[in-house]
Design a protein around this ligand. Structure first.
Ligand code: GAL
Length: 841
């Protein structure tokens, strides 16, 4: 009997299902299988964090990377920012904050891996999503679709970066730190909108990337149909529900959002550490093996790099490292404890898939039991409002609402996501310098000099400025007849201006008559106000101000900015006069920009005034001062609370757009960690400035004579600008009397103790500081949170004593949560905790 030949299809399936995964495993030192990324053949649970190199300074990088390592990270992830690297077509820049090679080498020196998300579309609340503006003007181009000119440019840049990494031997297969790459970014939803050309582009992008032979796997995030062998990955606040598109690919989470971005006009979002830890544990218990915190350090949108429009300069993101690089506690510490717990489970996690056991109506156990005997269990309570007592194995476990307990030996709890053992810290800004002596220079308001040009009708702003500046003047003349009724006591005419955004100043005959601006949700402006005019020629000058180019949305590159009209004057004798199609003159940028007033070389190009001539609360004004660097090494920020909107430069470096006059709309209601989180949930600073403090990197200062230049667009009182330092004001510990701890777990799981040990409250000030007093201490049932604790019904009267004795005058202390130390148990049979707040100075 003849055997039937296997069909091509059968061979194809055998290849994909059995051979390809093995090839990936043995070929080179980084591969993957259905459980995990493998490095040198070893499956790994990898904890990663995003640090975007241009959002901090090279001087900050080593410290950020070190703190990430101490926080338990294995991998640093970054996008690559095309518009920073190729500001002009064919002219590349890889210096200073854009020194990508240096950044990756620092990651390597710290002993960490890197995940390079080349994009080159990155979204990221970054100007134009990372695309250089010149790209828009390449003939015949259409972004992120099956378009020849776009694909050619994208390939050129991607190749440039890959070749650069290869030349520096930075891929893991060459002995470097890069274990993963990414092509495109969240293209799935775009492909869905575009249909066939979108699909073709996806395949082209994957093949182009694979063709670059980096030797390490490529991922495509939010791309369900990522072509094999590219791994499709998840982005979101939670990703436990996610499965990759092939059974042999690992379950990876490229963006676990640690908070959210701030927009001018919006409140400042935060995400509770307990919920973030819960989301991560929930992903791992469902077989996830790679998590990246987006962001681990958010940093600053220096210069005009903020996207949007209306993205704020701070990109703090409520990340575990704050904008300035300081630990955000308890978030950083709580995640560090989580990572330690997960690493204890790693042998079990990588060797098997979990079995799920129901423990109650909203409770489950996920158990990883390997053949070699390793066992790790995750006990989850999904109920957002009640505690659950569950039986698992031979024991009972008490699970707080919306939490997961981790049992690295399937018996003893080492960590619960809702029990924060790490200390928290309250931060404060303290003035270090607030007696700047300012000089001012009035920007020219709408003059038509040589640089102006005139056309019929209205021009789109980005096409005109090419985003070299935020500012574009639109100027025209309007003739008013002496017979106009309004000149004889009638109602003044109304000027109507429709703008595509983002902010607008209206000047009539050199006088500011109104200001209007949009928002991220609706950047458009509809201005309509009565204006005073005189008989004869009147000058209308409209200053249109861009606040960052869009970074997301279908065809975001085609969004317009600037005054597109119609523009009209109504209430004249003739009724309404349309001004849209008459002659308009244009001037790109401010005169002060042309003169480089912000720079050390250009600042003397004009006459500055001071003292009683200093401009106060006046639009379009330049201010300058010099100052010496304050001593110490705390991070510095400018308090711009008394200013309106503009930009600040220190020694010629642009620290970003400021806009404290734009206050946060929205409601900042209570924030409970329990229940699904969204970016609308835990908002802060409602009614206050969306951003008041602006980071001044220490490395931009010299010891003496630093030049600070401010350009104020609206109205400001520069005498109230202060340089502040950011430091810890107080630290808190909030510990349950039987909270699980690592030490306890080690002793119990190795059989050295039968009964759990009591946990310790750890309190440590920043290096150089000491605990100067105890603001609050209560063992019992204290209420509130760090900064506003109150005693509850049950309180041990000697709660303060031990802290006074062992902590005050010390840089830190660790006190066991032992009733005896507080004068005895104040309420037996009640579950108690210790809350303490200590002042550092
Ligand atoms: C994601 C995107 C990121 C960032 C994030 C929001 O969808 O991939 O680049 O924009 O949203 O912060």
């Amino acid at each position: 009997m003849l055997l039937r030949q296997p069909s091509f299809f059968t061979l194809f399936c055998i290849f994909w299902v059995f051979l390809l995964p093995n090839l990936l495993l043995v070929n080179g030192s980084v591969g993957y299988d259905h459980k995990a990324i493998t490095i040198n053949g070893q499956r790994r649970i990898l904890i990663s964090g995003s640090i975007h190199y241009p959002r901090s300074t090279p001087e900050m990088w080593p410290d950020l990377i070190q703190k990430a390592k101490e926080g338990g990270l294995d991998v640093i992830q970054t996008y690559v920012f095309w518009n920073g690297h190729e500001p002009q077509q064919g002219k590349y820049y890889f210096e200073e904050r854009y020194d990508l090679v240096k950044f990756i080498k620092l990651v390597q020196q710290a002993g960490l891996y890197a995940h390079l998300r080349i994009g080159p579309y990155v979204c990221a609340e970054w100007n134009f999503g990372g695309f250089p503006v010149w790209l828009k003007y390449v003939p015949g181009i259409s972004f992120r679709t099956d378009n020849g000119p776009f694909k050619a440019a994208m390939q050129r840049f991607t190749e440039k970066i890959v070749n650069m990494m290869k030349a520096e031997k930075l891929y893991e297969t060459q002995g470097g730190p890069i274990i993963l790459s990414q092509i495109e970014n969240e293209y799935g939803p775009m492909e869905y909108e575009l249909g066939a050309p979108g699909k073709t582009y996806t395949h082209w992008a994957a093949n182009m990337a694979l063709g670059l032979r980096t030797g390490v796997p490529w991922v495509m995030c939010k791309q369900d149909d990522a072509p094999d062998p590219v791994i499709n990955t998840c982005n979101g606040f939670y990703c436990d529900y996610f499965s990759p598109n092939k059974a042999y690919k690992p379950k990876m989470w490229t963006e676990a959002w640690t908070g959210w971005y701030t927009e001018f006009g919006g409140p400042v979002p935060t995400r509770p550490a307990e919920d973030l830890a819960f989301g991560i544990a929930r992903f791992i218990q469902k077989g996830g093996s790679y998590v990246n915190y987006y962001m681990y350090h958010g940093g600053t949108n220096f210069d005009r790099t903020a996207g949007g429009p209306f993205i704020a300069t701070s990109y703090d993101y409520d990340a575990p490292l704050d904008e300035f690089g300081l630990l955000k506690q308890p978030k950083w510490g709580h995640l560090k404890d989580l990572h330690r717990a997960l690493k204890l489970c790693e042998p079990a996690l990588v060797s098997t898939d979990p079995t799920v056991v129901r423990l109650g109506s909203s409770q489950e156990a996920h158990v990883f039991k390997s053949e070699s005997g390793a066992c790790a269990a995750f006990l989850a309570n999904y109920n957002p409002s009640s505690y659950a007592k569950v039986a698992y194995g031979n024991n009972h476990y008490n699970l707080p609402p919306w939490s997961i307990s981790i049992l690295p030996d399937c018996k003893n709890t080492v960590y619960n996501t809702a029990r924060v053992g790490a200390q928290s810290a309250q931060m404060k800004f303290t003035p270090v310098y607030n007696h700047f002596s300012w000089q001012s220079y009035n920007e020219e308001t709408a003059s038509t000099d040589d640089s102006a040009f005139t056309v019929l009708g209205l021009l789109e702003q980005v096409n005109t400025t090419r985003d070299m500046t935020d500012y574009l003047w639109y100027m025209t003349d309007v003739k008013i007849d002496s017979n106009e009724g309004f000149l004889k006591g009638g109602k003044e005419p109304v000027l109507n201006v429709m703008s595509a955004g983002h902010a607008l100043h209206v000047y009539i005959n050199g006088q500011l008559v109104g200001t209007a601006y949009g928002s991220l949700e609706n950047p458009k402006i509809s201005f309509g106000e009565g204006v005073n005019m005189r008989a004869g020629i009147n000058k209308i000058s409209l200053l249109s101000i861009a606040v960052g180019l869009p970074n997301v949305g279908p065809n975001f590159e085609r969004w317009n900015a600037g005054i597109l009209g119609p523009i009209s004057l109504s209430g004249l004798n003739e009724g309404r006069r349309d001004l849209t199609w008459q002659k308009w003159s244009y001037k790109i940028g401010m005169k002060g920009e042309t003169l480089s007033l912000h720079s050390l070389s250009g600042v003397s190009n004009v006459e500055w005034v001071e003292g009683k001539f200093l401009a106060q609360r006046q639009p379009l004004t330049w201010y300058k001062t010099t100052f010496n660097a304050p001593s110490g090494n705390e991070p510095l920020a400018l308090d711009m609370g008394a200013m309106g909107k503009g930009q600040v430069w220190i020694n010629g470096q642009n620290i970003g757009r400021y806009w404290p006059a734009y206050t946060a709309k929205g409601s900042c209601s209570d924030c409970s960690y329990a229940g699904y989180f969204s970016e609308k949930k835990c908002l802060t600073y409602c009614g206050d400035a969306s951003q008041r403090w602006y980071h001044v990197p220490r490395s931009w200062l010299k010891p003496r004579g630093n030049l600070m230049v401010v350009f104020e667009e609206m109205s400001g009182a520069p005498n109230f600008i202060s340089l502040m330092k950011k430091e810890i004001s107080s630290i808190c510990a909030d510990i349950n009397e039987w909270q699980p701890t690592l030490v306890n777990w080690h002793l119990k799981s190795s059989g050295r103790i039968d009964k759990p040990l009591r946990p310790k409250a750890h309190l440590w000030c920043a290096p150089g500081q000491k605990i100067s007093s105890i603001k609050f201490a209560s063992f019992g049932t204290p209420e509130g949170s760090c900064g506003n604790y109150k005693q509850g019904n049950c309180h041990a009267h000697n709660s303060y004593d031990i802290f006074q004795k062992d902590c005050v005058g010390q840089p830190g202390c660790a006190i066991t949560v032992e009733p005896r130390l507080f004068g005895g148990d104040p309420c037996p049979n009640v579950m108690k905790k210790l809350a303490v707040e200590a002042i550092c100075s």
